[in-house]
Design a protein around this ligand. Sequence first.
Ligand code: HPA
Length: 269
Amino acid sequence: MTGLAKDAAKRILDKVDGPARVGMVLGSGLGALADEVENAQRFPYQSLPGFPVSSVSSHASELVVGSLMGVQVAILAGRAHYYEHGDATVMKQPLATLKALGCDQVLLTNAAGSLREDIAPGELMLIDDHINWSGRSPLIGVESDDRFVGLTEAYDASIRADLAKAAEAADVALKSGVYAWFSGPNFETPAEIRAARILGADAVGMSTVPEVILARWMGLRVAAISTITNFGAGMTGNELSHEETKEMGPVGAQKLIGVIRAYLKAMAD
Ligand code: HPA
């Protein structure tokens, strides 16, 4: 673990009620979850060493630490993306800080386009595997053998089972599938979407995969859920837009917040 993350964690732990158990990264439209944290201490990314500042209009940028449903959590409200600077390691310090705060697991969330007719905008998809279409790895340049991270079980089976139970308890439909990472920031072409479907992807998005790789490298257990904001390019007659992502994000976000609350409640019981 990096010294920077340890320094940040020490400063944070001085101000909060205790170590965190669950880390989260919130994508588009999910900021509302961070507002529900009790006894919250908020740390703007600018105040934390090695933290990026996101330039995406729908993303706040603060680390929120406190209690949610009786579980101590550390929430990265706002992420930086590969497409902002071409740096796949951009979330390395924030994730290392979650680990230094005591988290042994991270729940990653994102907005994504669906490639499946049976997963509509406004629904959720639990990610059970991914395709790294970008060809980039955040571990390029790491100089020890721990860079050869196995990703056979990147998405923790036991957390996925618990999230499925939580979705049932929250009465939210939770389908699962494969997420393909396209670098963005442009949306995909219809031909790329057709190709991704043939290759076995169920959703596409511009984030999360580098975070999964980094988190697994750090030994964190990982789960990830997409809020579906649109169908992939060419699947309907409409052009895609960031406005649509921002507009539809909150619909799935409300459901996702319900699932996460139920997940944490079961953990606290
Ligand atoms: N493609 C890539 N990223 C996305 C999409 C999409 O269709 N929707 C939301 N994020």
